[in-house]
Ligand binder design. Sequence first.
Ligand code: SF4
Ligand code: SF4
Length: 209
Amino acid sequence: MTTFGKNNFAYAEGIGSFIMLSSIVIDAELEYDKPTVDVKCPEGCTACMKACPTQAIYEPQKLNPRRCIAFNAWFTQDGKPAGLTSHIPPEIREKMGTRVHGCDVCQEVCPRNQAKLKALRPADEFLVKISHDFSLSQMLNMTDEFYETRVQPLMYNYIKERKYFQRNAAWALGKISGRSAKQILKASGNRETSETVKKEIQAALGAIQ
Ligand code: SF4
Ligand code: SF4
């Protein structure tokens, strides 16, 4: 059973919002529970709305996806879904900072998630093992094959082509700035074949003082 938060996430009792909703088809009839759209936030809490870097949550349970960093990082792709382009407005880009895939700020600040967030957990061996695949340098330099076999299967297919991941990685490196970021961007720019990615790299380089 879940209830909603003002940040639009579903919360499971005792677990919080870091859950995945999915469905399973079975051949037995089960007892139904009652669907609910109840919001069970502590009275007066607006922590998620205050913390959202882009003010995407403009009223309780109202979110403008075009301002949401997660939406922009994942879904601003040319023509997918129809009508969208890969352009991320400069104002939103600034607020993305070094985030490459999503944004969890409105879940991280939520009091309904604190118990789970603060609970001690052993390091996840799988995440440790794959962490190298997700360095900014690796992301910027990945081939189609690397993207299709190592990255995309883990990412729910939100980002359909590697060039959008690379757009986000080039931006993040530009924000990190400094000599090392500059070197990575320059080397990638020389190797890259996609015009879209090359443009992103040039823009990131141009933004570094
Ligand atoms: S995911 Fe980030 S940008 Fe989107 S609504 Fe939450 S805090 Fe705001
Ligand atoms: S931060 Fe506060 S208002 Fe937002 S979802 Fe969590 S409990 Fe609700």
